[in-house]
Design a protein around this ligand. Structure first.
Ligand code: ADP
Ligand code: MG
Length: 878
């Protein structure tokens, strides 16, 4: 019975595989296609834009939908499915269809998920490809484990704080492609996990975690310092179990990387990463993609780009580890012009770690092993030329780490030809002299081929047919071909085999005898080569961890060089990183804008100190440069703690443990929360997580709401940061009403970005000056933006009127100027007594704001407003 006929056994087999792989898209090998049926067929057709067909009707007259993709293009299709977040089970024919009785046996030979791929075509670039486990705890921080199996790197640790947010923050710098989540055993709130992760990691595939692996089964690289794995976290064991079920061959080669010091990282949650535009621009349509990584990456290898990206997304929070990187960068910088030579040697080193993972997963192609050989040769030469006696420890360790094991290099060199064939099937996998057995079969084949050529010449001579030639095809094998015009000269010992358009094809006893020897030699050669190849891969397999290590070394060296080079070319300095609570920057520049604007960028100073000047409140008009200045501070800290030089004349960075940044809230629109609610949630999150070593950068606090709500929240937030958190913080606000209040705080400073007024308009100087400003120049900005003249005129008129009238609190009689002068100041907590004190005002006056949380303050404010409105319905606030 043909497999593709309308019988149901094939479908039954498919269904039984599907039942064993729930949640997978099962691609079922039938002939030269991978097929899907039923609902999956519709899905496949939709997602891959392939034709949806139907199997012919079964006994009940049912026609099952069917869609498939050709086997030869499977990697392309897999790439697209995986990118869309599907988990695909490839179900292959595991016996030869010719010998199968009835249905061919099929088994799932591979499960492909976004986080477990090693093929270049599926990885889509050199960046890390992390698979994560996030495990919530009943109380306190949960734990996580991550692996990039394409490089063997494993990371793990406790979450960066309690609850789901702590887990999300811990995972953020890795931007995992796939997350397995384990809810806390008893807490119901954990069911929020998928929702939170979906929001924080929109590109990641989410799945509930499988049961953990037994600790004793963990690979050696995960057992810390001679332990038996008993101390491994459940997160590690879950991750190991998942790797075993998807890429079992790779599990033995994963290993925890980095020392304890390097694992101490600056806490940077997903929102801060986004707001600082470290790897992605806030505006995804931004054509220039002005990110920190884009501006700072001068690496020349795939490993370097991966490492640099990771270092900038996950800066350090350990002083020694930071200083070690700085020392290495400085030592490289001192080599001056030699930097270019080192880069030259690095250029062309392939992605060694990934080749190693493909080797371990048996998905490596012969040319990749030649590239491995050549890359290792380069690395060895480079290491030799780089070793210098006085190098700082990290640089020395990196240089030593790229020295390949001599045995591995020897094996690759003696086995592989200079240019191996593109695929294993092509033959010619080994260099002559590598295997006497293979050489013998090659010689046998060659001798027989020579004999065949001699036979051709002989028969041509004897028959006098000058066009007689020997050819070959798959079906008939070797033949003599004689064109029609010479048929009468065909000798008697030729036997006819095939007729083609203009010729006849013959064989002879002698030809058949040689053919047998050729085919026999080839057969042996192929079998022998395949077996030898398997053995060869198994031999070099043992060095996969060493290649992973070399790959990491190359990435580190490339990144350190890039830091040294960028630092030199962009007039950067080595920042003093210490355990002080200072943040001093002189002549600081925004690393990305500085590059784009060049000379036109205006450098600025920063002077924060958790003791005496921990809080800076920035006021000033739109477009004056507040956001730029705040991002500049954040990015300089990120660069400093990543070990890089920083764009400034001088910088001192007292170690920052966590960097919390909120910049505008536009990215949340359309996610089902009002922007004020989002802002409140985010501010609450920061206040919960920040500590004295944090740096908090808040742009436009309290923007998403009407004046008084926002003002109250902004004020309460400032108080909390100043009095309770006591961390370094910069806040930008358009509430110039706050300035009076901030004056009362002992360790707060105010500044604004200078503006020059000219008769024709205003000029933004982008220069930071002490003190606040109450000018907003909104109308001027509108003019700059090109608003029509009549609209502008009306705005100017209205502005004048408003400035005369002032902003009012409910309860104040209308039209009383609250303050003399051109511009209006805050009245929220004005000392001026109202004409008739109302209970609301009295309560307001006695309110102990210091003891209120922002949320309480907000609630109180809402209550006061409600009462105010109720008492004076005629004077509704706008
Ligand atoms: P704000 O947050 O005050 O509205 P931004 O920080 O968004 O202002 O800056 C507005 C624009 O001003 C930026 O896009 C940039 O082009 C320019 N700018 C900001 N700071 C500087 C600076 N220090 N030097 C030169 N140009 C700057
Ligand atoms: Mg701004």
């Amino acid at each position: 019975m043909s497999e593709t006929s309308s019988g149901t056994p094939l479908l039954d087999q498919y269904e039984s595989v599907k039942a064993r792989y729930p949640g997978h898209l099962v691609l079922f090998r039938v002939g030269d296609f991978y097929e899907t049926f039923g609902e999956d067929a519709k899905l496949l057709s939709r997602e891959l834009d392939v034709v949806l067909t139907a199997r012919s009707a079964d006994a009940q007259g049912q026609r099952t939908p069917m869609a498939g993709v050709p086997q030869h293009a499977i990697e392309t299709y897999l790439g697209r499915l995986v990118k869309k977040g599907y988990k695909v089970a490839l179900c292959d024919q595991v016996e030869d269809a010719r010998f199968a009785k009835g249905l061919v046996r099929r088994e799932v030979t591979r499960v492909v998920t976004p986080g477990t791929v090693v093929e270049d075509g599926l990885l889509g670039g050199p960046d890390h490809n992390f698979l994560a486990v996030a495990r919530a705890a009943d109380s306190g921080p949960g734990s996580y484990a991550l692996v990039d199996i394409s490089t063997g790197e494993w990371h793990h640790g406790p979450a960066d704080g309690p609850g789901i947010d702590g887990l999300a923050t811990a995972l953020a710098p890795f931007s995992p492609r796939e997350i397995l989540y384990a809810p806390a055993p008893h807490e119901g709130r954990s069911t929020d996990i998928p929702a939170v992760f979906r929001k924080e990691f929109p590109g990641a595939r989410l799945e509930i975690a499988p049961p953990p692996m037994d600790a004793l089964e963990l690979p050696a690289g995960l057992r810390s310092e001679g332990e038996d794995g008993a101390s491994a976290d459940v997160a590690d064991r879950i991750l190991a179990a998942y790797v075993r079920s998807t890429q079992p061959r790779l599990l033995p080669y994963v290993a925890v990387v980095g020392g304890a010091r390097e694992r101490r990282r600056l806490v940077l949650d997903a929102k801060s990463l986004r707001h600082l535009e470290i790897s992605r621009p806030m505006n995804p349509d931004d054509p220039h993609g002005a990110t920190l990584i884009a501006a700072w990456d001068e690496t020349v290898t795939a490993a370097g780009r991966r490492t640099l990206g990771f270092w900038l997304r996950a800066p350090l929070a350990d002083l020694d580890a930071i200083v070690a990187r700085q020392d290495a960068v400085e030592a490289l910088g001192r080599r001056g012009a030699a930097i270019e030579e080192i880069r030259q040697s690095l250029t062309g080193i392939p992605d060694l770690a990934r080749i190693a993972s493909r080797l371990a997963g048996r998905r490596v192609r012969p040319p990749e092993l030649a590239a491995l050989r050549d890359g290792l040769t380069r690395a060895a030469a480079l290491a030799g030329s780089l070793l210098a006696p006085s190098d700082p420890p990290l640089l020395e360790a990196v240089v030593r780490s790229i020295v390949p094991p001599p045995r591995l290099l020897e094996r690759l060199r003696s086995a592989l030809p200079d240019e191996p064939p593109a695929t294993e099937a092509a033959g010619g996998l080994f260099r002559a002299g590598h295997s006497p057995e293979i050489d013998r079969w090659i010689a046998t084949e060659r001798a027989a081929t020579d004999e065949m050529a001699a036979l051709e010449a002989k028969e041509r001579e004897a028959s006098g047919i000058r066009t007689l030639k020997i050819g070959y095809n798959q079906v008939f094998g070797y033949y003599f071909e004689v064109s029609r015009s010479h048929l009468e000269k065909v000798p008697g010992h030729f036997r006819r085999r095939q007729t083609v358009a203009q010729a006849e094809r013959f064989t002879s006893e002698a030809l058949e005898e040689i053919e047998r020897r050729i085919l026999d030699a080839r057969d042996h050669l192929r079998t022998e080569e395949a077996a030898r190849w398997e053995r060869f891969l198994a031999e070099i397999d043992a060095d996969v961890p060493a290649i992973h290590r070399i790959g990491r070394g190359v990435g580190t060296l490339d990144t350190l060089l890039s830091f040294a080079r960028v630092g030199e070319r962009r007039r950067c300095v080595r920042p003093t990183v210490d355990l002080s609570s200072n943040l001093t920057i002189r002549g600081g520049r925004h690393p990305v804008l500085d590059r784009m604007l060049g000379e036109r960028f205006v450098p600025n100073d920063t002077e924060l100190d958790a003791q005496s000047a921990r809080l800076l409140v920035l006021t000033g008009p739109n477009m004056s440069g507040k956001s730029t200045y705040m991002r500049q501070i954040g990015l300089i800290v990120v660069l400093a703690q990543a070990g890089s030089l920083v764009p400034a004349q001088f910088a001192r960075v007292g170690l920052v443990s966590g960097l919390f940044t909120r910049m505008g809230f536009t990215d949340e629109i359309g996610r089902g929360k009002s922007s004020f609610m989002v802002e409140m949630t985010e501010v609450a999150e920061i206040l919960r997580n920040a500590d004295a070593r944090s740096l908090v950068l808040l742009d436009e606090v309290g923007r998403g709401t009407s004046t008084f709500d926002g003002l109250a929240v902004a004020w309460a937030t400032i108080r909390h940061l100043h009095d309770v958190t006591r961390c370094r913080a910069v806040l930008a606000t358009h509430y110039h009403q706050l300035t009076q209040l901030v004056e009362g705080l002992s360790s707060a400073r105010q500044a604004h970005l200078a503006v020059q007024e000219r008769p024709e308009g205003i000029i933004f100087l982008h220069h930071l000056v002490p003190g606040s400003t109450d000018r907003s120049y909104g109308v001027h900005v509108a003019r700059l933006a090109g608003l029509p003249k009549d609209v502008l005129a009306e705005a100017v008129r209205l502005l004048g009127q408003l400035e005369m009238e002032g902003v009012e609190l409910p309860g104040r009689s209308r039209g009383t100027p609250t303050r003399q002068g051109k511009y209006t100041q805050a009245v929220l907590l004005s000392a001026e007594a109202p004409a008739a004190p109302s209970p609301i005002v009295e309560e307001l006056a006695s309110l102990e704001i210091d003891h209120l949380t922002p949320m309480q303050a907000l609630a109180k404010l809402a209550e006061l407003r409600r009462r105010a409105r109720e008492s004076q319905p005629s004077e509704r606030a706008p």
